[in-house]
Structure formats: C-alpha cells, structure tokens
Ligand binder design. Sequence first.
Ligand SMILES: C[S@@+](CC[C@H](N)C(=O)[O-])C[C@H]1O[C@@H](n2cnc3c(N)ncnc32)[C@H](O)[C@@H]1O
Length: 159
Amino acid sequence: MQIDIICVGKVKEQYLRDAIAEYSKRLGRYCKLNILEVADEKTPEHASEGVERHIKAKEGERIAKHIKPGAYVIALAIDGQQVTSEGFARKIDQLGIQGVSHIQFVIGGSIGMDDAILRQANYKLSFSKMTFPHQLMRVILLEQVYRAYKINAHEPYHK
Ligand SMILES: C[S@@+](CC[C@H](N)C(=O)[O-])C[C@H]1O[C@@H](n2cnc3c(N)ncnc32)[C@H](O)[C@@H]1O
C-alpha cells in the first residue's frame, strides 16, 4: 500500500520533526510512505472571511496537484467521521481487500481546508471535535496509521 500525507507548510519545531521521522521510519516496514508538503500562504491576523477563503483556495490548488486518479482520498476534518483505532485499522485493511493500493490523507493548513478538496475526498476523518494544530496533526495521523498496521498485523503495541 502506498500512503501519502499531503499537508501544508513546513514543520518548524524540532520535537515534531523528530516524531514525524520516528513514525515514518516505523511505518517503512508496513507501507510505502510519502509526505508531500505544499507551500503555505501567509495568513494575516484578523483576516476577513473572503481573504481566508482565498488563502484556502490557493493552498487547495497546490494540494489538488498531488491528488492522483485512482487514489482513495481521506481528508482530515473536524466534522468528519469519528472512528475507533480498531475501526480505522479495519478501514485500511478493507480498502486493501477492495483493491485500493494508494491512500492519500490530506491535512488542511492553519486556517483549514479548501471546500473543493473536502468535496473531492472519498472520506472525511475526524480525530475529535477539538481543533489540533495542523503540524501536530501530522504526528497524530502517523501514529494512528502505525497503530492501524500493528493492529492488522496482530503485533503487540495497541492496548
Ligand atoms: C488548525 S486546523 C484548522 C481549523 C479550522 N478552523 C477548521 O475548522 O478546519 C488545521 C487542519 O488540521 C486538521 N485537523 C485539526 N483538528 C482536527 C480534528 N480534530 N480532526 C481531524 N482533522 C483535524 C484539519 O485537516 C484542519 O484543516
């Protein structure tokens, strides 16, 4: 399975970069992982709704260029479906059984994700009703994908 994580902006904090590197290394045993970063737009403080929509559209255009025909696209969205870790593992397993060989996760930028990407996605996944920073979301997603592979391989890790 090829897993892409399409995300916005560079991760600046070293502790997040370390965590991303660690989970990427661990996942290397189970799938082919690509982290595809697109450039972020500067967001002024107190930007109007119109300005925010414009920023999300520009970031969305960059994200769209990475979306591949035939890939199963999972957009991370606060109002998406909430599942357990076991349910998430089952979803990845079932996609493989259905013949999907490429999953692309998309994480929005600091002010969120363009509506066009959300509409294009095959599935919207929520990690709770709380808002997490987009850069931390990368770590949380990687850990849950790793957990899913450990669950599916019946290997110790998930408790
Ligand atoms: C800081 S959040 C954007 C907040 C924005 N107000 C919104 O509603 O999308 C940045 C990105 O992180 C992801 N994200 C943050 N919290 C999330 C959650 N609880 N579940 C799923 N994705 C989340 C989403 O992809 C979001 O576009």
